[in-house]
Design a binder for this molecule. Structure first.
Ligand SMILES: C[S@@+](CC[C@H](N)C(=O)[O-])C[C@H]1O[C@@H](n2cnc3c(N)ncnc32)[C@H](O)[C@@H]1O
Length: 243
C-alpha cells in the first residue's frame, strides 16, 4: 500500500519538477542501458541486505525517483517497511506503481531529502541515497550525514551510490573523464541528449574523492566506511557506513 504526502510547491520543488520534466526521459535512457551501472549497484545492495542484514528491516530511500531499480534490490529480502522521499510528484507517482511489487508497507513523501530526516517517527535501519547526494556541497553533505547518523539505529547502516573522484583527481579532471567515457560508451543517446546530460553534470555535480567521502563519514560520527561496489568506469562507487 503506498501513500503519497503532498506539500506546497516551493522554489526548490519547482526546480526539481523542471529537472524531472526536462531530463527524466534522458535519465530513463541511462537506466534502460545501465550507463551509470545502477543495475550492478543494486545487485551489491541486495547482497548486503541478504548477507549483511538478514533480519526484518526498515528502509528509507532518499531521492527515490521512480524506484524502478531499487525494487529489484529489495524484493526477496525481509523488508518490513519502505519509505521513499522525492521532491518530484511525477516521479513519486511512478514509484507508487513500481513499489507495489514489495510485500510490505510503502510510504511516499514529497519532500526535500536534505531535511526529511528531521522529526522522524522512528529510527531507520537502512538509509539509502543514490545519484543525488553529490548535488550538495561538502559542508551541506556533512550536515546531512550528521542527521542521517542520528536517524539510524545502533545496528543500522547508511549506504550511498554516488559519483566519486579518485584520490588526487580534481573536479575538472573527473568531469573530463566522465565526458570522455560518455562519448565512447553512451551510443544510444542523441547528440542533444548527450549535451544536456553533460551540461547537467558540469553544472550541478560535486563528487567527493574516496578520502573525502571517508572524512565526511568520520565527521558525521560513523565508525567505518567500506566500499561494496565500484562501477567498471570507476566513475561511481557504493559505500557502506556503519555507526
Ligand atoms: C538522478 S535521480 C536518482 C533517482 C534514484 N535515486 C536512482 O538512483 O535511480 C535524482 C532524483 O532526485 C530527486 N531530487 C533532486 N533533488 C532533490 C531534493 N533536494 N530532495 C528530494 N529529491 C530530490 C529528483 O526528483 C530525482 O527523482
Amino acid at each position: 500500500m503506498a501513500e503519497a504526502a503532498q506539500s506546497t510547491l516551493t522554489a526548490p520543488d519547482a526546480t526539481a519538477l523542471e529537472i524531472f520534466q526536462n531530463q527524466w526521459e534522458i535519465y530513463r535512457k541511462f537506466l534502460q542501458h545501465d550507463y551509470l551501472s545502477n543495475g550492478e549497484a543494486c545487485v551489491a545492495l541486495h547482497r548486503f541486505l541478504t548477507d549483511g542484514v538478514g533480519r526484518p528491516y526498515r528502509f528509507l530511500d532518499l531521492a527515490c525517483g521512480d524506484a524502478s531499480g531499487i525494487v529489484t534490490a529489495l524484493r526477496a529480502t525481509p523488508i518490513e517497511h519502505y519509505r521513499g522521499v522525492d521532491l518530484s510528484a511525477p516521479a513519486l507517482a511512478l514509484a507508487k506503481r513500481n513499489l507495489a511489487a514489495l510485500p510490505c508497507r510503502v510510504d511516499l513523501e514529497e519532500a526535500d531529502f536534505s531535511t526529511a530526516l528531521r522529526n522522524l517517527p522512528a529510527l531507520e535501519d537502512i538509509v539509502w541515497i543514490s545519484l543525488s547526494l553529490h548535488h550538495l556541497d561538502s559542508a551541506a553533505k556533512r550536515t546531512f550525514m550528521r542527521e542521517v547518523r542520528a536517524a539510524i539505529a545502533a545496528n543500522g547502516a547508511f549506504l550511498i551510490y554516488e559519483p566519486t573522484r579518485r584520490d588526487g583527481e580534481d573536479r575538472p579532471a573527473y568531469l573530463d573523464r566522465f565526458e570522455d567515457i560518455g562519448r565512447r560508451d553512451w551510443c544510444e543517446l542523441t547528440a542533444a541528449e548527450f549535451a544536456e546530460a553533460i551540461k547537467h553534470v558540469r553544472t550541478c555535480d560535486l563528487p567527493e574523492t574516496v578520502s573525502g567521502w571517508e572524512e565526511l563519514g568520520r565527521d558525521a560520527g560513523f565508525a567505518s566506511m567500506s566500499e561494496l561496489y565500484r562501477s567498471p568506469t570507476d566513475l561511481f562507487r557504493l559505500f557502506l557506513y556503519r555507526p
